[in-house]
Design a protein around this ligand. Structure first.
Ligand code: ZN
Length: 171
């Protein structure tokens, strides 16, 4: 099932998500399938559960856009362990469609998470994967990428979004 993507302005995006404590259940497995389906439908490389209105610490990433099953990544209750180096690049978010900004992120990132069975694992990624690990983990703490840009740019973006909301072009 493809869920609609929740957009900026919905409080679920700016709340700390809840830790997942039950694993390997039919509900969780179905939800994970739905998350991948929703992410591919929206043409994203990452999706966090709050973005489909579910405040739980679950995210999925696939930097291959569905081309390579080996790149499918499920992150439950992820934590960032290590961030090395710096990269500059444009970043966007499915919940803030139509906007992209330069965001400085770590170049190489190691995260620890649980899989669908609750087993802990570590993943290290560079470049796009590093950016996705940071971006999606941020989501689960109620942080959007716009918290990493200047206040000036953020205010400008928020004003543009308000205009779109008033025009009925946002929800
Ligand atoms: Zn996002």
């Amino acid at each position: 099932m493809v869920y609609p993507i929740v957009k900026f302005g919905d409080p679920v995006l700016e709340r700390e998500a809840e830790t997942v404590t039950e694993f390997d259940t039919p509900d969780l497995n179905k939800f994970l399938d739905d998350m991948f389906e929703s992410m591919y439908a929206a043409k994203g490389v990452g999706l966090a559960a709050p973005q489909i209105g579910v405040g739980r610490k679950i995210a999925v990433i696939d930097c291959s856009n569905g081309e390579n099953p080996d790149e499918k990544l499920i992150l439950i209750n992820p934590r960032i362990l290590k961030v090395e180096g710096k990269q500059e690049g444009e970043e966007g978010c499915l919940s803030i469609p139509g906007f992209r900004e330069q965001v400085r992120r770590g170049k190489r990132v190691t995260a620890k998470a649980q899989n669908a069975r609750g087993e802990e694992f570590e993943v290290t990624g560079e470049d796009l994967l590093a950016r996705a690990l940071l971006h999606e983990t941020d989501h689960l703490h109620g942080r959007l990428y716009i918290t990493h840009i200047s206040a000036l740019k953020r205010d400008l973006m928020k004003r543009k979004i308000k205009k779109l909301q008033r025009a009925g072009d946002w929800d």
